[in-house]
Ligand binder design. Structure first.
Ligand code: GLN
Length: 554
């Protein structure tokens, strides 16, 4: 039976609760415990799949095809926990399920209410997501800030759960803020006192306070917080700002949070330090030997969270190559002529185009692909990035003027990217894409094979449109390489360009499977190729490369 850690947030949002929960998972795993991690989101959307990136940031896709909150990405990057559709519980999902049951008559004529029906459903979902019989500790993060109306049923549910479990089986960690007021030259504890007071009103007494702060917390302040918040001063943990998120487990370890948790949960485990994490991840992150500049050409570059997993996977690729990856964010809408293009991309050692939806910014992305192809700059296209790479090659190398995806131009004469038959009849927007993990076979002698070093892989998808097989032969003749295929459904999953130093477009999202200590093979190799290309004098044009090589028709 798992023990539970409930993580709530107080005072303001964006305190990094997700990273805190993930770091706790990491520390407990280092002590030999198995974990599960769950995120509860109090909004009414069933999942974030239909939300705009400006509302929500990245949509993180799990192995089993759920579209989830980006905190689950942190959970997977920091821990070995098994993350699935059950790991993200939204109020939308809970209400949907309760109302469906009500319509079926499952409640046998009773009045259906928030308490007990919604709270029971939340408890049941948490227990399911926790995988109680399989893991030692389940970490449950409640989204939002204490005091929000919409998170009340979730807080009531975790209060009840803790009560039902009995002593030493669950604990509450409250992540809070100690703002520093310059004029007073002081850190303020009052917002934390209020936030804990709010929790107490609903029957939750935090066991540990994790205080986010710019400055070290003094002994006196810890004592003050202890007195006003009913939390031992040893359990008032300083969570100071750090430069890299991967330093958080180490800084929390210094505060002894793992010992504190084990003590409160009556678990005894040998102490372990984070030597490997420190020596490999942090050392290379802080003092890398090399530097490389990757331009990410996207539509949501103003928003740090929109391409979260991609940015992290690039950092991992840097760690694997002992290099600092400088990410240059380029707005594809700013690229519409050669001068802009040259200005924006002239220093790029590698160019990456991430996933996306809708026609806005597409032409700029196509120009960026052309720039990478012609100048022999390593290129990595992900999902939409692979689709625009296909469009560019069709237009500029295969004389298909106006080639496009039917997503952007339904009337195009050359629909090189189009909908599969099964997608044509889809009318609903939620969870109707090709989602989750699918197998892919790689061809030997390609960049992809060289990266993975095996013929069969599986990767996560989230898209509606696919390469149109009608154009396979024609494009292959001109040097477009289909290096990864889904054999069961005869779908193109990876494209490359013959003779280019490193040009890979994949229909799936490799960024979801990258970890700091185990960079995804494609990110690792993309960064490696970008480092190799960095010092090359006078980048060759790929037409020349194509001419020089024998262009096959394999
Ligand atoms: N809009 C494209 C599609 O639906 C690409 C999606 C993506 O990049 N995730 O196929």
């Amino acid at each position: 039976m798992s023990k539970y850690i409930f993580v709530t947030g107080g005072v303001v949002s964006s305190l990094g609760k997700g990273i805190a929960a993930a770091s706790i998972g990491k520390l407990l795993e280092a002590r030999g415990l198995t974990t599960s991690l769950i995120k509860c989101d109090p909004y009414l959307n069933v999942d974030p799949g239909t939300m705009n990136p400006f509302q929500h940031g990245e949509v993180y896709v799990t192995e089993d095809g759920a579209e989830t909150d980006l905190d689950l990405g942190h959970y997977e990057r920091f821990t070995e926990a098994q993350i699935s559709k059950d790991s993200n519980i939204t109020a939308g999902k809970i209400y949907y399920s309760v109302i469906t049951k009500e319509r079926r008559g499952d409640y046998l004529g009773k009045t259906v209410q928030i308490i007990p029906h919604i709270t029971d459903e939340i408890k049941k979902s948490i227990r399911k997501g926790a995988r109680e019989s399989d893991v030692d500790v389940a970490i449950v993060e409640i989204g939002g800030t204490v005091g929000d109306i919409e998170s009340l049923p979730f807080l009531e549910a975790i209060r009840q759960l803790r009560w039902e479990m009995g002593e030493h089986s669950a604990l509450n960690i409250h992540v809070t803020l100690l703002p520093y007021i310059k004029a007073a030259g002081e850190q303020k504890t009052k917002p934390t006192q209020h936030s804990v007071g709010r929790l107490r009103e609903i029957g939750i007494l935090p066991d540990i306070l994790m205080c986010r702060t710019e400055r070290p917390i003094t002994k006196e302040q810890k004592e003050k917080i202890e007195l006003f918040c009913n939390v031992d001063k040893e359990a008032v943990v300083e969570a100071g700002d750090v430069k890299h998120i991967y330093e958080v487990p180490v800084s929390l370890k210094k505060e002894g949070i793992d010992d504190l948790i084990l003590k409160k949960l009556h678990i005894s485990r040998e102490d372990k330090d984070l030597t490997e994490w420190r020596n490999f991840v942090l050392k290379r992150l802080k003092n890398p030997e090399k530097e490389v500049k990757i331009s990410v050409v996207g539509k949501y570059i103003a928003l740090p969270d929109a391409y979260k997993s991609i940015y992290e996977a690039l950092v991992h690729g840097g760690i694997a190559n002992n290099a600092r990856v400088i990410i240059d964010k380029v707005d594809s809408e700013d690229l519409d002529n050669p001068r802009d293009l040259e200005r924006a991309l002239k220093d790029a050692d590698g160019i990456l185009i991430p996933g996306g939806f809708g026609a806005r910014g597409i032409e700029g992305k196509i120009l960026a692909v052309q720039y990478a192809r012609e100048k022999g700059i390593p290129f990595f296209g992900i999902c939409l990035g692979m689709q625009v790479a296909t469009i560019e090659f069709a237009r500029n190398m295969c004389e298909m003027k106006g080639a496009n995806s039917t997503e952007f131009d339904p009337q195009t004469k050359y629909p090189v990217i189009s909908l599969l038959e099964e997608q044509k009849s889809v009318s609903g927007m939620g969870a109707t894409m090709r989602l989750g993990s699918f197998g892919c076979k790689l061809s030997k002698g390609t960049n992809s094979y060289q990266a993975y070093k095996k013929d069969s892989i599986s990767e996560r998808h989230r898209h509606r449109y696919e390469f149109n097989n009608q154009y396979r032969k024609q494009m292959e003749r001109k040097g477009f390489v289909f290096s990864g295929k889904n054999v069961q459904r005869d779908l193109v999953e990876i494209v490359e360009i013959k003779g280019h130093p490193w040009f890979v477009g994949c229909q799936f999202h490799p960024e979801f499977k990258s970890k700091p200590e185990r960079a995804h093979p494609l990110f690792r190799e993309f960064v490696a190729a970008s480092i190799r290309g960095k010092d090359r004098v006078g980048r060759p044009r790929s037409q020349d490369i194509l001419k020089a090589e024998e262009v096959g028709t394999s």
